[in-house]
Design a protein around this ligand. Sequence first.
Ligand SMILES: *Cc1c(COP(=O)(O)O)cnc(C)c1O
Length: 398
Amino acid sequence: MTSYPQTTVLHGIETNRRNGSLVSPICQSTTFRRDTIDAPTAHQYSRVSNPTVSELETKLGALEDASPAVCFSSGLAAETALILSLCKAGDRVVCSAAAYGGTIRLLTDIFNAFNIDGVFVDSTSPEEIERAITENTTLVLIETPANPTLALTDIRAVAAITKKLCVPLCVDNTFLTLIIQKPLNLGADITVTSTTKLIEGHSAATGGAIVSRDESVLERVRFIRKSTGSIQTPFNAWQTLQGLKTLPIRVKAQSENAQVIAEALADHPTICKVNYPGLSTFDNYDLAVSQHEGHHGNVLSFEAIGGRATAEQLVEALEVCRLVEHVGSVETLVTHSASMTHGDCSRAHLEKIDVTQGLIRLSVGLEEPEVIIQDICQALSQIESREEDLCHAEALAS
Ligand SMILES: *Cc1c(COP(=O)(O)O)cnc(C)c1O
């Protein structure tokens, strides 16, 4: 099934036999009627399960050759359920230091108060993960590529360690999605994805999904979801199903655009750093090639000479790229990570993971890449007071 992801996302949906509608309807019902007290229906109450949510879950699971996913109201709701499923007071979670800001906040500001110890390590070196795993470690949670530095963690190498030490490994796969990175095939036990990003893809519905081939984990996760009330709404699941139909082609097209833009920015004289796993100059390019399936995602980050002052002016001068706290949509989006997504992280944490004040994250969309290159160049030219045309990329665009 996974060899044909584009077909998987388009087919296998129950069409309505009565009126022939090709798009399956939203099952907007809280509850489900049964005939007798001892004959429960497939769905009983929409906090527990719902036909529209189940349709999305079946598809997301099939794409990873796994059981149906468990879908949540947001990515963080999924992470919360994951931690509640696997950890109790006294346990430890070993997490990538360079993770999504909300993941860090969840562990440090919420779970710490319940005596669940979140420990952040540089997961780009698997030995650090091994060193951090203690007797009471019940979850290793890694994010690769890391947000916003794109630093890569070797999933196979970490999985070898967690298997040896019998600790479940979960990969946050939001940035690439199962279309270009399949953590379960690389040895991970669980994936968590914010479907709010690439999977829905149109900035229209929040959601999160947990996928695993381990039924006991899924059963526990569903129990937590039912008990804490964090299931996705039918409407958001339906919206996500519509977005999912174009996920394979969007991810590829947006990744190809990101590659072109990363190469142009790398050549720009006032840009001092570009992080993108598809650049041959990227620190971990070999790992990117072996771990990603042909593409390297739609997110890159860069820094222009001048640090924070430049970053501030640059994001304000952009005309096409929109300044938001979001990635993975069809439009190109920029984020100033240090003050936005990672605004709640301590300075020490930001330094540890190389999130500098000048770093700008770019989530590349479907616009023609020349348009985005030109937009960044015109914004940079407003900052730099040099009269000659510095932008190599402008030549490309014209
Ligand atoms: C956005 C994001 C999350 C959280 O997802 P929400 O749907 O916003 O709750 C988790 N991990 C990563 C990598 C993200 O980008």
